[in-house]
Design a protein around this ligand. Structure first.
Ligand code: IMP
Ligand code: MG
Length: 179
């Protein structure tokens, strides 16, 4: 385990197993349809690659960089689009994927944005769900794990750009982000 972690919250085996289950559920729900999976950079990258490899319906991927966060741990509450998807999403079945749904601000804004661009359908898949932190009403259509209100890193999740490449989810020691 990384020395700056207090503990491992979800190990690699459990995480990958659960993501495969999510992919099977998604494949079943979209049977006979085509899917456009859009990942929120950079946090969703590890989850998106793991998930889409196990999806069995015809699937394309794209990315958008938009967040309601700066470099710290507290939401600024405002969506900021740094760069956009590469193709037109009109008429597509869009599945927005993100690492964690926290206040829900980012994903609810993204949903509105894609709705304005006339996606055929829009659903949300979040690897982690911090249910008790929700500030706006948005429910992920698919979620991996409901987690407590703790700051976690790994499998795409960062603290100031570090720890994204850890193959598991861990709770960061308080002394690391409170110093
Ligand atoms: P929100 O749902 O709009 O508040 O923001 C969700 C985003 O905040 C996620 O995509 C992450 O980038 C970031 N975030 C929220 N909680 C954590 C955490 O525990 N660790 C790392 N990033 C987090
Ligand atoms: Mg993110």
């Amino acid at each position: 385990m990384n020395a700056n972690l207090e503990r491992v919250l979800i190990n690699e085996t459990d995480l990958k197993k659960r993501i495969k289950e999510m992919a099977w559920e998604i494949s079943k729900d979209y049977e006979g349809e085509e899917l456009l999976v859009i990942g929120l950079l950079k946090g969703a990258v590890y989850f998106l690659t793991e998930l889409t490899q196990a999806i069995t319906v015809p699937t394309q991927i794209d990315f958008i960089k938009a967040s309601s966060y700066g470099s710290g741990t507290v939401s600024s509450g405002k969506l900021n689009i740094q760069f956009d998807t590469s193709r037109n999403i009109a008429g597509k079945n869009v599945l927005v994927v993100d690492d964690v749904i926290d206040t829900g601000i980012t994903l609810s804004e993204i949903k509105k944005l894609f709705d304005n661009r006339n996606a055929k359908s829009i659903k949300i898949a979040a690897m982690l769900d911090k249910k008790e932190r929700r500030l706006v009403k948005v429910l992920p259509d698919y979620h991996g794990f409901v987690i407590p209100d703790e700051f976690v890193v790994g499998f795409g999740l960062d603290y100031d750009e570090d720890y994204r490449n850890l193959p598991y989810i861990g709770v960061l020691k308080r002394e690391i982000y409170e110093k």
